[in-house]
Ligand binder design. Sequence first.
Ligand code: BEZ
Length: 259
Amino acid sequence: MADEWRPELYDSKLGFVSGHGEHVIGLLQPQAGEAVLDLGCGTGELTARIRESGAHAVGIGKSEAMVARARSKYPELRFIVADAESPLPEAMVEAFDAVFSNAALHWMKAADQVLAEVWRCLRPEGRFVGEFGGRGNIRTVEAAIEEVLLAEYEIEASAFHPWYFYSLGEYAARLEAAGFHADAAVHFQRPTALPDGDAGMDYWLESFAKPFAHAVGEKESGRLFRLVKERCRPSLYRDGRWTLDYVRLRFAAHKPQRG
Ligand code: BEZ
């Protein structure tokens, strides 16, 4: 996605994304003195949490706006604008004991390239621990977007999909093909409540579904999102709150010792 992230909106209305990442830090178990790369660091919330363990955490993200906000919130930490779907800076090669990622990998559709970059950044025995959207994630929302685009605009959504949601088997196979040992993986449903009552879904669509707005043009995007919201309402809105049908893929892998 082009740099359309709105860091203030992200921090004020979508803080639940980082909140859920606490469990993934639990799986990572960062140790004092370790070098940890936070891949897809958003506005730096979890990079800062990892730092609290005494690890040297560095955040990377593709969005200049998000990284700028991370730097202003946490000036003592290092944040780099970088895209893991392309070669990362040479200085990162074998520089990390662990790579961590929360709610970011589904935005990086070139998964094999990303895995190759994670591999390059890790020292032998280094861990790769993360969580992202798994197969079936936000199926109701995706279906609503696809149906509205087709019925109202005669547009096939597939060309605009910014995400890819792997099954456990597919992702474990990719990890292994990249050379990792897959140590653990779990695919599970995690219905996710949005804050802010009825408006919660507006913030979500505005922040995360922008690529579909491009399909219809800026002037129509408000109507598109309103129609999508109403199509989702019978399944996802209850007692004044939106609860989205999130599915997670959580995994731990490591780069084996050479030889
Ligand atoms: C997710 O975290 O699963 C997600 C967030 C925004 C768009 C799509 C998926």
